[in-house]
Design a protein around this ligand. Structure first.
Ligand code: ADP
Ligand code: ZN
Ligand code: ZN
Length: 716
């Protein structure tokens, strides 16, 4: 027998599969993970096909060195092939996303070197003056975020050096680990009696589950916030399980919304396995194995859970389908929603997307199920627009007053500002110099409490300057406000023991710490939660009665066709966090663009109106869903090479049945100049194929000169 093997490499130039001869008794299937001789080295590889004979000279074929556990099923091998084509990537890169966590770096159930921060490591990480180079700080930061991590996933020699300084502890571990359960909020073992709308939606899903309708576009469960969508998912999962099938539930961010996971665990117990980034590799590996062996039959997790190794999938749910975190940023730049649709089709599974603010493309394509009322029948909160033109303070007087009222009444509020740090940028009052990132064309943001200024794109940090490096002046101006400054100002104006101010953003360090902040806010009888967009995500606080968005049109200033959709979703989702408590609720929207379309639709809670209007606009401008976008970004050490590479691809695209825009320069990022092409196509598949071929012709030559090409199909 011959095994056709795709070697697991990151290089685009190496394209398998390659033939290997199997020894008698070597038990190999499509999807098996092998160690094979590859050139002068050995490599991991996945069997993509079995054959009776090879086209090659049988004497020149070699045998695999070993068959490893933790391979995938044949369905995932086929899905990887589809993904490689759909996202102009390679089967190898696609397969690497699907293997058992840790498998591709040779960790897994066997003993692995696991690294963790020590107390000294934590202290060094918090101290911007610590003697660390960028690489070392990066390693400590990764450990701080992820907790115990397999050393091989990061950089074993680098970690060993930090170990010798006492900043990191490394040891060899192999016990099977089960993730800790976070029992948050009330979750019932049995379903409550469903509302009429919930029952109708669930009935429709159960009918579809038994009919296995091929080619059905899937269901969109559009329900206002608090309308009980999760209860419908739970019912559908139960139906899939009792039909002997399995289910996948995708959620945006488990660490921040542990109550969703807990509701599934409370209802279904150990058949639920979980995958998420805050787990250690060992935990993720062992949970993956429980799915692969059939012990667990429901996988709840973020976008990568769409690859859960389950057979006979009956249901795939994508909760909060409007969230941009479903798009993967590495190669292949897959969209978990598109992959979910493809995988559901291949398994004859029912596909359900859910949201209070669905994307216009989902509304257009899918069968809609509606939940129009909140479960408790409470009205939606009143949304008021506050005009910020000609105002120089970050908080409108009305917002200040509302917060002071809330403090008096003893209530809770959420304040959203999509910008972290203390102020946006620093400039010298004498010579006008602005502090910029040395690697990127952006300003450095002040983090006053950390005593540093930082680039939010590459992570570069410097100590907060006390004088201008150009002219020596000590007069440094701070411009704009971020979450850190707002939290400071509120603490000064309102803060006290009875009315604490909490802050939640990517600066409030690790995921577990953020989860603790949320729990503290939840437990407090009164107070304010200030943060970036993560405060608007699916949390279910029972007693929040006030909310404010500062600079609501900030998202509108991005040159992006989704800007309007994002702005509408942000305000609506934030409004949805309120009004579940005893006090009458108010939502204040501070903006420089009080008449902007998405803002006025959001103040009227008019999702349908917004979507109709937005689809009309998209049609007129030929944006998705009326056309597909493909973005090609070429990066290089210098501007000329980046532009030349983009231009060379443009030439190769001659004859494409699509509009090609560019090359257009992008701002420099991580020390690399960038140039971009955007393709707007009606004929999606043929455009993807043409782009794939053009990039394959140009990229290898460009790579030898130091340029890199990345392709993003359906960019966000
Ligand atoms: P959504 O996901 O639509 O925002 P949830 O599913 O989180 O809404 O439901 C909001 C709250 O209502 C939750 O606390 C949930 O337990 C509760 N709930 C949902 N359905 C019912 C029902 N039929 N009867 C009583 N309470 C319900
Ligand atoms: Zn100066
Ligand atoms: Zn930078």
């Amino acid at each position: 027998m011959i095994a056709r093997v795709e070697p697991l490499t990151r290089t685009r130039a190496v394209r398998g599969p390659f033939d290997y001869r199997l020894a008698p008794g070597q038990d190999v299937e499509v999807g098996s993970l092998l160690r094979v001789p590859f050139g002068a080295r050995s490599s991991l590889g996945v069997v993509v096909e079995l054959a009776e004979r090879s086209e090659l000279d049988p004497d020149r074929l070699v045998e695999p060195e070993a068959v490893l556990g933790a391979g995938v099923g044949a369905d995932l091998v086929a899905l990887a092939g589809w993904m490689a084509r759909e996202y102009c990537s390679t089967p190898s890169r696609s397969l690497q996303l699907m293997l058992a966590p840790g498998a591709s770096v040779g960790t897994g159930a066997r003993l692995a070197l696991v690294a963790e921060l020590t107390a000294a490591g934590r202290t060094a990480l918090a101290d911007p003056g610590a003697r660390l180079n960028d690489r070392q700080r990066g390693l400590l930061d990764a450990l701080g975020r992820r907790g115990a991590t397999a050393a091989a996933e990061l950089d074993t020699p680098g970690l060993r050096r930090l170990e010798s300084r006492g900043l990191v502890a490394i040891d060899r571990r192999a016990r099977p680990r089960r993730p800790v359960r976070h029992e948050v909020g009330s979750a019932s073992v049995t379903a409550p009696p469903l509302t009429q709308e919930q029952s109708a939606a669930l009935e429709r899903l159960i009918t579809a589950l038994s009919a296995r309708p091929a080619g059905h576009p899937g269901f969109l469960l559009q329900g206002v916030t608090g309308s009980g969508k999760t209860e419908v998912y739970l019912g559908a999962v139960e139906a899939a399980l009792s039909a002997g099938r399995t289910a996948i539930v995708l959620v945006p961010e488990i660490a921040l919304t542990p109550q969703v996971l807990w509701r599934f665990q409370a209802r279904f117990g150990d058949v639920v396995a979980v995958q998420h980034s805050a787990l250690s590799v060992g935990e993720r590996h062992d949970e993956w194995m429980r799915l692969r062996s059939g012990e667990a039959r429901v996988c709840v997790g973020p976008r990568s859970a769409v690859f859960a190794p389950l057979d006979d999938i009956g249901l795939i749910v994508v909760d909060e389908e409007h969230e941009s975190s479903y798009k993967h940023e590495g190669d292949p730049r897959y969209d978990a929603r598109t992959v979910a649709r493809e995988r559901a089709e291949r398994h004859g599974a029912v596909l359900v997307f859910g949201s209070a603010t669905p994307r216009p493309e989902s509304v257009l394509a899918m069968e809609r199920l509606r939940l129009t009322h909140r479960v408790d029948r409470r009205p939606m909160p009143a949304v008021e627009v506050l005009d910020m033109r000609d105002r120089h303070q970050p908080l409108h007087p009305e917002t200040r007053m509302a917060l002071a009222d809330l403090r008096r009444a003893g209530g809770k509020a959420i304040l959203l500002l999509n910008r972290r740090g203390w102020s946006n940028f620093l400039s010298c009052r004498a010579c006008g110099r602005v502090w910029l990132c040395p690697n990127c064309d952006v300003a450095l943001v002040l983090h006053r409490h950390g005593h540093f200024i930082a680039c939010h794109h590459c992570g570069h940090r410097e100590r907060t300057p006390d004088r201008c490096g150009a002219c020596g002046s000590v007069s440094v101006a701070r411009h704009g406000a971020g979450t850190e400054r707002i939290a400071d100002e509120l603490r000064e104006a309102l803060g006290e023991e009875r009315f604490p101010i909490f802050r939640l953003d990517a600066d409030s360090s690790s995921l577990p710490e953020r989860a603790r902040t949320l729990q503290a806010f939840q437990a407090a009888p009164a107070g304010v939660l200030v943060g970036t967009q993560m405060v608007a995500k699916g949390h279910d606080f029972p007693d929040v009665s006030g909310a404010a968005v500062l600079d609501a049109d900030q998202t509108l200033r991005f040159p992006d066709f989704r800007a309007e959709e994002r702005t509408f979703a942000l305000i609506t989702q934030l409004a949805g966090r309120t009004g579940r408590g005893a006090l009458a609720s108010r939502v204040l929207v501070q903006t420089l663009a009080p008449d902007a379309r998405p803002i006025s639709f959001a103040t009227r809670h008019d999702s349908d109106g917004f979507i109709v209007d937005e689809l009309e606009r998209r049609r007129a401008l030929s944006y998705p869903p009326y056309a597909s976008l493909i973005r090609i970004v070429c990066s290089a050490p210098d501007e000329a090479l980046a532009r030349e590479t983009a231009a060379a691809i443009h030439v190769e695209l001659a004859g494409i049945d699509a509009t090609v825009l560019g090359p257009a320069p992008l701002f420099r990022l991580r020390g690399r100049a960038r140039s971009q092409l955007v393709i707007k196509a009606q004929a999606r598949q043929s455009a993807i194929d043409t782009v794939g071929r053009a990039v394959d012709r140009v990229a290898p030559g460009a790579a030898r000169r130091g340029a890199a090409v990345s392709v993003d199909v359906d960019p966000q």
